[in-house]
Design a binder for this molecule. Structure first.
Ligand code: UGA
Ligand code: MN
Length: 246
């Protein structure tokens, strides 16, 4: 089965470095299709050039966040980061795929290639631990004698499925049976909202990674370079002088 890896992304100084790490992981995974959905109205040629370079089968989508969530007057709890991107990619899968599995892989996480073989034969929804989520450092299903028992996460927040975006994969044939499933624009509740919309019970989920005892994905966060560093570079370094090194 093909793994449809869905990656929301947006322009910032760290974008190409993040995509480099993820791409060079994916270059070691057979039979994938990378759907890169960017939060913009206009094609980012640097991203497209990089995608071509990788040789990976890819689809590049323009998926801007609805303007109202960027309005400073927006009253919600926070920006629904990557939601427009993921919903558009889910629609793309509905229109183009008939088999395989979908994985929502943010551009800044760290993935061990073993996670992809864990999810490849998902029947409905498979689950696995994610490291470095919240101060607790881990978000994972808790099993008892190999069966679902509870969820462990540093922030439960009244969520039915207190899991991270990187902690589950959905079979495409199963996704196609739930045409109304989608991700809500509510920061913090995207995962639980999407899994609830799939109308799946924990008892029907498949628990992977050695009964959820192995971590193959981490919610790493990249330190952001201040945007002013670009201005400093432009001002102090013209390609000939060495003032930055002094
Ligand atoms: C956490 C979760 O891991 C995300 O899956 C969830 O969408 C997010 O919180 C949330 O609840 O808002 P976090 O590390 O805080 O993620 O967020 P980012 O990694 O900054 O963003 C998630 C994804 O959306 C990334 O792939 C990022 O490239 C993309 N993004 C972020 C956009 O497309 N537009 C933005 O303005 C910001
Ligand atoms: Mn992140």
């Amino acid at each position: 089965p093909t793994i449809y890896v869905v990656t929301p992304t947006y322009k910032r100084l760290e974008q190409i470095p993040e995509l480099t790490r993820l791409a060079q992981t994916l270059m070691n995974v057979p039979n994938i299709h990378w759907i890169v959905a960017e939060d913009t109205n206009t094609t980012n040629t640097r991203v497209v050039e990089y995608l071509k370079y990788t040789g990976l089968p890819y689809t590049y989508l323009l998926t801007p966040m609805p303007q109202k969530y960027n309005d400073p007057k927006y009253k919600g709890k926070g920006k629904p980061k990557g939601v427009a991107n993921r919903n558009a990619a889910i629609d793309w899968i509905r229109n183009h795929a008939t088999e395989g599995v979908m994985y929502l892989a943010d551009d800044d996480n760290t993935y061990d290639i073993r996670i992809f073989e864990e999810m490849r034969y998902t029947k409905k929804v498979s689950m696995f631990p994610v490291g470095l989520v919240t101060q607790a450092g881990l978000s994972t299903p808790v099993l008892k004698e190999g069966e679902y028992y509870a969820w462990y996460d540093g922030w439960i927040g009244g969520r039915k499925f207190p899991v991270d975006m990187a902690g589950f994969a959905v079979s495409v044939p199963f996704l196609l049976t739930v045409p109304e499933a989608m991700m809500p624009y509510t920061a913090g509740y995207e995962e639980t909202g999407f899994l609830s919309s799939l109308k799946i019970k924990p008892e029907e989920m498949e628990f992977k990674a050695d009964n959820c005892t192995k971590i193959y994905v981490w919610h790493t966060k990249t330190h952001k370079n201040s945007p002013s560093s670009r201005n400093i570079l432009n001002k102090l370094y013209d390609g000939t002088n060495l003032r930055l090194l002094q």
